[in-house]
Ligand binder design. Structure first.
Ligand code: NAD
Length: 477
């Protein structure tokens, strides 16, 4: 069941950001619809949680096959939903499918422990699902986030009510429909539409056992506060301001490619982006020459064209916010080496879209706003450093800790540096690769818990300990 309509007067408007046109109108779900969705999910949980892991896996694999066969259709809709290029949207659909396949494989491995105790008695543990989980998503990877949350939740035997961002409401609904068509019980993955208020209703619902959230730090803090009222566990995937360290001995060609991958995917709207690019002073001029040349060559425009590498930002206000960061950087003394301006495509149909040219900022210093705050747009800040000790101190001088990267040919330096970086995902000689087999998540204020990898099973399940007495009760009374 999918809940598109509510009784509230307010109407959400979703934009076709590539052209600045209205895409659709939706009514946000109110208390009655959220309750209906949770009740449906609770009923599905009763059936789903009693199925064996193998039975659940079969349905999940069927859903993965359907995603594979509808890859192009989903990717095109994601482009319209979000504004990113079709090339990236296809990779997001692939990541969603792989995640479902991966957790389908793990669903039959949920197991406990047998512990022998004195006198022949023993105990065993059962790993059990939590119940109805709430998923609340951000707008930058709409389909992928819905899959990264629902796949481990469902594999463990939970059901989920998912709320996509009101900015990108469309593709999560496709995922829910696909699960239903694959044979999942009605209500197993429900989608409710809406913004803060709908999210708040979900977090406070007494039948919601856990909240898994992806979004900004301030909203994450509110989610944790709301979950605390019901003593509910949370997974928080929050923002970042990650460092990328490029040493003088790195393969420069690779380091430049890494810096582009660390900054310009999804129009720079990626939580793990390495936006503080620290480059050793000896290679700084050469690095800047290369990175600026390649940034200028990035093709911007119609995201449905195969040649396009950068589409539209997610909204008009967000575009204005990103451009304002560039202006502020200039006022604080940074040099715009390229980009940072609104971009108007030649196609008249796209004139109203939210495009900008990707930007490289030189002469950045640690105290500048562009270096301290998450911009969430295509803006790379380049900083110079001299020693390993110095760059590590500066790289870690942030309240965030989502990701970090290091480029060097020295294998000992690479591991020494990574050991000292305070970040949940560290990349050596690469950046922003997110295979679903490995955990993803942040240190410090970038989050709690992990998504992907085996460990996530623990975040969507709980342990029951069963004690079995083989003798008589040894009563003290
Ligand atoms: P956001 O925090 O504004 O919104 C995220 C979601 O929370 C939306 O669905 C929104 O409707 C909902 N929400 C907002 N207020 C709420 C409330 N009071 N109660 C319940 N729900 C509420 O974030 P955004 O602008 O959609 O996304 C951008 C942010 O997300 C960036 O900071 C980015 O770094 C972060 N992000 C993190 C990851 C990660 O995996 N760590 C991934 C993607 C995005």
């Amino acid at each position: 069941q999918h809940f598109y309509k509510g009784n509230l007067d307010a109407v959400m408007i979703s934009f076709f950001r590539c052209a600045g046109l209205v895409l659709c109108h939706l009514e946000p779900c109110g208390a009655a619809e959220v309750d209906q969705a949770v009740r449906a999910a609770k009923s599905a949980f009763g059936h789903w949680s009693r199925m064996s892991g193998m039975e659940r896996a079969r349905i999940m694999i069927e859903a993965a096959h359907m995603i594979e066969s509808r890859r192009e259709e989903i990717a095109r809709l994601e482009v319209v939903n979000n504004g990113k290029s079709i090339t990236e949207a296809r990779l997001d659909v692939d990541s969603a499918r792989l995640c479902i396949e991966y957790y389908a494989g793990l669903s039959s491995t949920m197991a406990g422990q047998h512990v022998q105790l004195p006198g022949g008695s023993f105990a065993y543990t059962r790993r059990e699902p939590l119940g109805v989980c709430a998923g609340i998503g951000a707008w930058n990877y709409p389909f992928q986030i819905a899959a990264w949350k629902s796949a481990p939740a469902l594999a463990c035997g939970n059901s989920m009510v998912f709320k996509p961002s009101p900015v990108t409401p469309v593709t999560a609904v496709m995922l829910a429909e696909i699960f239903t068509q694959a044979g999942a019980p009605d209500g197993l993955l429900n989608v409710v539409q809406g913004g803060q208020e709908t999210g708040r209703l979900l977090c406070h619902h007494p039948d919601v056992a856990k909240v898994s959230f992806t979004g900004s730090v301030p909203t994450g803090q509110k989610i944790m506060e709301m979950a605390s009222k019901g003593v509910k566990p949370v997974t928080l995937e929050l923002g970042g301001k990650s460092p990328l360290l490029i040493f003088q001995d790195s393969d420069l060609e690779n380091a430049v490619k890494g810096a582009l991958m660390a900054n310009f995917l999804s129009q720079g709207q990626v939580c793990s982006n390495g936006t503080r690019v620290f480059v050793h002073k000896d290679i700084l001029p050469e690095f800047l020459r290369e990175v600026v040349a390649r940034t200028k060559a990035i093709e911007i425009g119609d995201p449905l064209l195969e040649s396009t590498r950068m589409g539209a930002l997610v909204s008009r206000p967000h575009l204005s916010k990103v451009l304002a960061f560039v202006e502020q950087a200039k006022r604080e003394g940074a040099t715009v080496l390229c980009g940072g301006e609104p971009y108007v495509p030649s196609d008249p149909k796209l004139r109203g879209g939210y495009y900008m040219t990707p930007c490289v900022l030189g002469d950045c210093r640690d105290e500048m706003t562009c270096v301290k705050e998450e911009i969430f747009g295509p803006v790379m800040s380049v900083l110079s450093f001299e020693t390993e000790e110095e760059v590590l101190r500066r790289a870690n001088d942030t309240t965030m800790g989502l990701a970090a990267g290091v480029f060097t040919r020295d294998v000992r330096r690479a591991h020494r540096v990574v050991e000292q970086l305070k970040a949940g995902s560290c990349f050596i000689n690469n950046y922003n690769v997110t295979p679903v087999e490995v955990p993803f998540g942040g240190f410090k204020m970038s989050g709690i818990g992990r998504e992907n990898g085996q460990v996530t099973i623990e975040y969507y399940s709980q342990l029951k300990t069963v004690f079995v007495e083989m003798g008589d009760v040894d009563s003290l009374f």
